[in-house]
Design a protein around this ligand. Structure first.
Ligand code: HEM
Length: 441
């Protein structure tokens, strides 16, 4: 299994995987259950979530970079971090973040304007750039430019490329196959990123502790001001760096993946793309986008929702059973790994009509209500649901609307992107598209 799926865990799936209710894999040192059945998914992710804490597998691979961040902690420690981070993602903060998102998106449009009309472009590169810039500006109130920012960006790319090589062997129970050289390189990239982030955080932290806080209204400011509701204690410096590193990773890697696939799907569905362009043009005309427009762009949002169904950036979520528990005809033992995979559930043959088709109009249809309830969880579910979901929807609607307003995206003949499961679902051969400037705007 490891050898067939060493490139990507997606290669280990069969047509049967998209029909089953629950599957199991047993290897020396590994008991793994794959849960697709909607009632069981709800049990693991929501109603009995405290019996299924996050699996340590992901935490181990990400620890050098993220330390004890909210993404991997459990129990009381997680509860405290979640309570302290929540205010940074309240609606009011999202309104403050909007002009920042717009400024970064305008910079992206300027980069694209410098390309020759009709040029072939790897949109993954651009989507990674703009989403990293947005999360950087919303955390630190400065654009992601200059030497240190470039080094952070590059070290992140190295860390991300290495993560699956460390993670997959752990999941398949063959940890001894991890190359020490890869471990060393990954740790070095993590140290470099943390060092650079510390350089940005330290002066703000020290000024805050000394009673001279900056007058920013960014995520870092919210974290600095936040206190544990039980003890009144703020984040310690190291824990603050853990959360910022985590947000930088979770805040751009996922959105970049989804936006890249959205561009690919639109290029291959010219009729949907034209309707989306018309929607954006009718809503915005020549004026800059405002927060209120994001709600009005219904088709644009549905395009993004459908992209998240077909290409959920977080393709699977791993939990660890903390007690013995029966599930269907199986006895899941304490310590077993339980995997919930949006990639499978959102294409499940018994939940979704035309499961592999790109059809953003399905969300305007009452008939999809049940499928959405049973089998749609790109942002997870229950207490660990994504903290940045509203943030991601806002930035994605803005970026897609800005792109389709001015450009027609066309597929490059013969180029078929190959999805692979890395940290998120990415394309093994990039996503190259032709960008044609529209004449009617
Ligand atoms: C399309 C974009 C995104 C997708 C698909 C996505 C998906 C997810 C999923 C599935 C989880 C839960 C993982 C699990 O239960 O194991 C999660 C957690 C999280 N996400 Fe996102 N995410 C996105 C964007 C963002 C953004 C932009 C931010 C921050 C700005 C963010 C911050 C977080 C945080 C902090 C958690 C951990 C929550 C916790 O454990 O309490 N995400 N995300």
């Amino acid at each position: 299994m490891f050898f067939s799926a060493r490139r990507s865990w997606l290669d280990a799936l069969y047509e049967r995987s998209y029909r089953m209710q629950m599957g199991e894999v047993h290897l020396p040192g590994l008991d793994l259950y794959m849960v697709n059945n909607p009632a069981l998914v709800r049990k693991v992710m929501d109603t009995d979530a405290s019996d299924f804490p996050k699996s340590p597998l992901l935490g181990e691979a990400l620890e050098p970079l993220l330390g004890e961040s909210i993404f991997t902690t459990n129990g009381e420690q997680w509860r405290r971090q979640r309570d302290m981070m929540n205010p940074a993602f309240a609606q009011a903060r999202l309104n403050v973040a909007f002009p920042v998102m717009r400024a970064a998106t305008e910079d992206m449009m300027q980069r694209l304007a410098a390309l020759p009309d009709g040029a072939e472009h790897d949109v993954e590169v651009e989507m990674t750039h703009v989403t990293a810039d947005i999360i950087f500006r919303t955390i630190f109130s400065v654009p992601m430019e200059g030497e240190d920012a470039r080094r952070i960006f590059e070290a992140f790319a190295r860390f991300q490329a290495l993560a699956p090589r460390l993670l997959l062997p752990s999941i398949y129970g063959v940890r001894w196959l991890v190359w020490p050289w890869d471990v060393w390189r990954s740790r070095r990239a993590a140290r470099e990123i943390r060092g650079l982030l510390e350089k940005l955080i330290r002066p703000r932290y020290e000024a805050h502790v000394a009673g001279h806080p900056a007058r920013h209204s960014d995520i870092l400011q919210s974290f600095l001001q936040s206190t544990d509701p039980r003890t009144g204690q703020p984040f310690a410096f190291k824990e603050l760096v853990d959360q910022v590193a985590m947000l930088f990773l979770a805040g751009h890697e996922t959105s970049a993946s989804a936006l890249t696939w959205a561009a690919h799907l639109l290029a291959n569905a010219p009729e949907v793309q034209q309707r989306m362009h018309d929607e954006v043009h009718a809503q915005l005309g020549d004026r800059p986008a405002a927060v209120a427009d994001m709600k009005a762009l219904e088709l644009t949002r549905n395009v993004f929702r459908e992209t998240l169904r077909l290409f959920p950036p977080v393709g699977f979520m791993a939990r660890q059973a903390s007690t013995n528990c029966p599930m269907r005809d199986k006895q899941v033992k304490e310590g077993a790994t339980v995997v919930v995979a949006p990639w499978l559930i959102q294409r499940h043959r018994e939940i979704w009509p035309e499961p592999d088709a790109f059809n953003p109009d399905r969300y305007a249809n009452e008939g999809s209500r049940e499928a959405l309830k049973q089998g749609y969880l790109p942002f997870g579910m229950g207490p660990r649901v994504c903290l940045g979901a509203a943030f991601a929807l806002q930035e994605a609607t803005l970026i897609l609307a800005s792109l389709v307003r001015l450009y027609e995206l066309r597929a490059v003949p013969g180029h078929v992107p190959q999805p692979v499961g890395r940290l998120t679902i990415r394309s093994a051969n990039g996503v190259r598209l032709e960008l044609h400037r529209r004449r009617d705007v």
